[in-house]
Ligand binder design. Structure first.
Ligand SMILES: [Zn+2]
Length: 83
């Protein structure tokens, strides 16, 4: 009785890339032992974002990964750099 449970993958909340990995951080591991929460930290290989909140998406219905240029543009408009 073994079901392959690979229908969902973690995706980056910034660029929606499924290309990320679980960071093994001794500090966060210790914190989760003390507090009892889930302090897993994921790291995105695409845009370099790291955080504990990576949503899951069905592997056969993934959102389109954002382009890094678009992400940069968004943050630039937020900062509102005037020449
Ligand atoms: Zn990313």
């Amino acid at each position: 009785m073994q079901k392959t449970k690979k229908k969902h993958v973690k995706i980056c909340p910034i660029c929606y890339s499924p290309d990320n990995y679980l960071e093994s951080n001794p500090a966060s591991a210790a914190a989760s032992t003390i507090i009892g929460g889930n302090f897993s930290v994921y790291h995105c290989n695409n845009c370099g974002f790291s955080g504990s909140f990576f949503p899951e998406a069905p592997i056969d219905n993934l959102p389109e990964p954002k382009k890094l240029e678009d992400i940069k543009e968004e943050s630039y408009t937020k900062v509102d750099v005037s020449y």
